[in-house]
Design a protein around this ligand. Structure first.
Ligand SMILES: Cc1cc2nc3c(=O)[nH]c(=O)nc-3n(C[C@H](O)[C@H](O)[C@H](O)COP(=O)(O)O)c2cc1C
Length: 294
């Protein structure tokens, strides 16, 4: 997730454990191909127990293939995921992200070119469609062009993040495919995760991972203690301070904790306190007070 699954969050999720694989923020193929300094910083490797995939976005098959080749030969990423779901106008305008769901010949060319350029596991993430459902077609093409698995965020591009993910559609999508199907959307609790894992080959968890970073461990059968939360916010602050300059720290802390409130009772008052904080130390102190480390 852009702005969220950076090195800090992935390192922390790896330390907490429980998830099968992690995916980077979306990375511009053009930036990687030109070895743009900021892009290279974003993809910098670090050792983890959990396999890490890099997610690439772009609309030009050649640029994506070249970026995938660089990932294969110069990085330790375990696999490549292609973004065909991003609804942000700036991205869609260029034909990338969910823009590809409207241009099936280009979608096919992108998957084929990347498949030819890398032997790494290749997954593709789509939405149900752009403004109408065409997921049976897109996922079929993605399979035919050689992807190893396909992930579906069960909303249309035109839904943005509104309404509920349409999990009732996964049966038909899965029946149409031979490669594994990963389902995505609205998994916030252990019960919902376990229920949905019965209907697909795997699930992707986005906002739920920030709302409850222990969700993956809970799925693998471990309980969450109150002290785990205390440890989480402290470690988060340490890693942010380690990896970001002062001027970026407060924004990052707010971004990561924005979703925490979704899983915490009585969260409204401390959410306000964090959002009203003027600097990183103030917000950090407040978080540490709210989540004691017993
Ligand atoms: C702030 C934010 C940034 C996101 N960035 C990306 C991204 O870079 N790549 C991607 O595939 N999905 C991205 N997503 C979408 C999520 O991965 C996911 O598909 C969506 O939020 C639904 O799943 P969830 O309910 O588990 O969060 C983003 C979502 C949010 C809220």
């Amino acid at each position: 997730m852009a702005g969220l699954t950076d090195r800090v969050l992935r390192q922390l999720m790896d330390e907490i454990g429980g998830c099968g694989a992690m995916v980077s923020e979306m990375i511009a193929a053009e930036g990687l191909r030109r070895r743009n300094r900021r892009t290279m910083e974003m993809i910098a490797g670090f050792p983890t127990q959990t396999p890490q995939f890099i997610q690439l976005f772009g609309a030009n098959p050649e640029a994506l293939a070249e970026a995938a080749a660089i990932v294969s030969s110069e990085t330790a990423y375990a696999g490549i995921d292609l973004n065909m779901g991003c609804p942000v106008p700036k991205v869609v305008r260029t034909g990338a992200g969910s823009g590809l769901l409207q241009d099936l010949p280009r979608l096919a060319a992108v998957v084929a070119a990347v498949r030819r350029s890398t032997a790494l596991p290749l997954t593709v993430k789509v939405r149900l469609g752009f403004s109408k459902v065409n997921v049976l077609e897109t996922t079929r093409i993605i399979e035919q062009e050689g992807a190893d698995a396909v992930a579906v965020h069960l909303r249309l591009k035109s839904d943005g993040y509104a309404g509920s993910a349409r999990w009732e559609l996964v049966g038909a999508i899965r029946a149409n495919l031979r490669i594994p199907l990963l389902g995505n959307g609205d998994i916030m609790t252990l019960a919902f995760a376990l229920e949905k894992m019965r209907t697909v080959d795997g699930v992707l968890i986005g906002r739920g991972a920030l709302a409850n970073p222990f969700l993956f461990r809970e799925i693998t059968g471990q309980d969450t203690l109150e002290s785990d939360w205390g440890g989480y916010v402290r470690r988060l602050a340490v890693l942010i301070a380690e990896h970001y300059p002062e001027r970026k720290r407060l924004g990052k802390l707010k971004a990561f904790t924005r979703f925490l409130v979704l899983s915490r009772p009585g969260s409204r008052s401390w959410k306000r306190r964090i959002f009203l904080s003027q600097d990183f130390q103030e917000a950090r102190g407040f978080l540490e007070e709210t989540f004691p480390c017993r």
